[in-house]
Ligand binder design. Sequence first.
Ligand code: SF4
Length: 357
Amino acid sequence: MNNRNEIHNALVAWYKVVKRDLPWRKTQDPYKIWISEVMLQQTLVETVKGYYTRFLETFPTVYDLAGADDELLMKHWEGLGYYSRARNLKRAAIMLVEEFNGEMPDDLKTIRKLPGIGPYTAGAILSIAYDKPVAAVDGNVIRVYSRLFKIEGEVDQKEVKTTIDEIANLMAHEEDPSSYNQSLMELGATVCIPKNPRCLTCPVQSYCQAFEAGVQNDLPKKTPKKPKKEVDLYAMVVKKDDAFLILKRSEQGLLSGLWSLPSAEVSGDEKETVVPVDNCRHMLSDEIGIDVSYVRELGIATHVFTHIRWSIKVLEFNWVAGALPDYPETKWIRKDEIETYAFPTAYKKALRSGSLL
Ligand code: SF4
């Protein structure tokens, strides 16, 4: 690997000078590193800071997490998205307590057996908490290596990803893997950014093959994305006296296990044929067992997931008859009780546009 030592030295020296003061950089505790790395997946550093601190105040050890109340755990994850991450954290914590005496394993093969710990998180924990020379390849690192070594294939294709993994393994730093891996993450987050990388301030510019060829803005290449599925979501505010109805989503699928307003989804050709208010009434009658009367439209919102875009229409109904079922789990709550329940961001938007938040 050309310039391997020079790249190591330049990045580690640079990182030690410029590294941002982040709460998870003040520790080598594997538990805390693990929590931070899982939170940082798909989520911005500035957002994670507050969540990380609050999470560790409530769940300071793996034992606290293993015994966490599910509702409280979800409340601490509310707004971070990708909620399966929180459920996997608890499953892994239980496994750590039951099978590993509460200790995070320090080898790649064993740590990968824990739910939710993929190659990146494993590499990050092993290198940062245990100083093991293991690569940690996330989107930032893929971008940096694809530019440094001018890899021109589409990085989401398996062979190209394998090439980058091989480079990352060859580049793994034996003496200071923690600083080196974090320097790559830092470079990707602050200098070698997706658009208009700041090459003039880059510590490895003189080794960068993309910069030399003037193609840094064209890399990494990705397969064009499929358009997102457009879904109309009718979110129902069903009122009874001073309360309204909330429903816990099923344990499978999008936003599983979180609280929401009862909802009906309409997509594709159905958009032409379905009468929204009738559809909502049928949903409430067939799935929850209550009869309602329609009042009015309260507001609209949108929410975008990785593959789906929701156009949310919030409709108000009044309860007329029927008792709540055992399943799905439903509750009548007052406006001032909303904060007790973990709602995903999409439903917080719906609650806001219905003037409930
Ligand atoms: Fe990225 Fe530019 Fe540095 Fe190359 S020179 S690694 S493209 S910031």
